[in-house]
Ligand binder design. Structure first.
Ligand SMILES: CC(C)(COP(=O)(O)OP(=O)(O)OC[C@H]1O[C@@H](n2cnc3c(N)ncnc32)[C@H](O)[C@@H]1OP(=O)(O)O)[C@@H](O)C(=O)NCCC(=O)NCCS
Length: 110
């Protein structure tokens, strides 16, 4: 897995749940919210089932430290349709499709 920082453009007509929108700390001028990005999450086929979830817990622990040092409480990931239920089970919420319509942007607040 990788962790980075990503700008997330939030259009005014995004349709995102207002309860999520109000936590995003969106910049009023640019309409952009900063988020940590969890990328390239993958476990080896030799690793036991559930190891991916363990990796996500490691990511949360790292981000707790980052949040204390530099702020930013939103974590985003982009996934294909078939993985939405997996991430929802871990507490992530769907916010929108990416611009190409190929991936789903999902967020959780640390
Ligand atoms: C995503 C991943 C890290 C999750 O690892 P994990 O926590 O160990 O969980 P598992 O791999 O056991 O998958 C848990 C459940 O998620 C769902 N799931 C995982 N991958 C899926 C896929 N490609 N399609 C549909 N469902 C999937 C299934 O319900 C699965 O349970 P099941 O195998 O009993 O049906 C791992 O499946 C993986 O490395 N996948 C390949 C890379 C990938 O797609 N990464 C996602 C990037 S956003």
């Amino acid at each position: 897995m990788t962790l980075s920082i990503k700008c997330t453009a939030i259009p005014e007509d995004s349709g995102i749940d207002p309860k999520i929108l109000c936590k995003m700390n969106i910049d009023g001028r640019s309409g952009v919210a900063q988020a940590y990005l969890l990328g390239q999450l993958s476990r080896s086929s030799k690793a036991p089932k559930g190891f991916g979830e363990e990796l996500i817990k490691v990511a949360f622990a790292e981000l707790e430290v980052a949040k204390r040092k530099v702020g930013c409480r939103m974590l985003r990931l982009d996934c294909h349709d078939e993985l939405i239920p997996y991430y929802e089970g871990l507490g992530f919420k769907f916010i929108r499709k990416n611009e190409a319509g190929t991936l789903n942007q999902m967020v959780i607040f640390i």
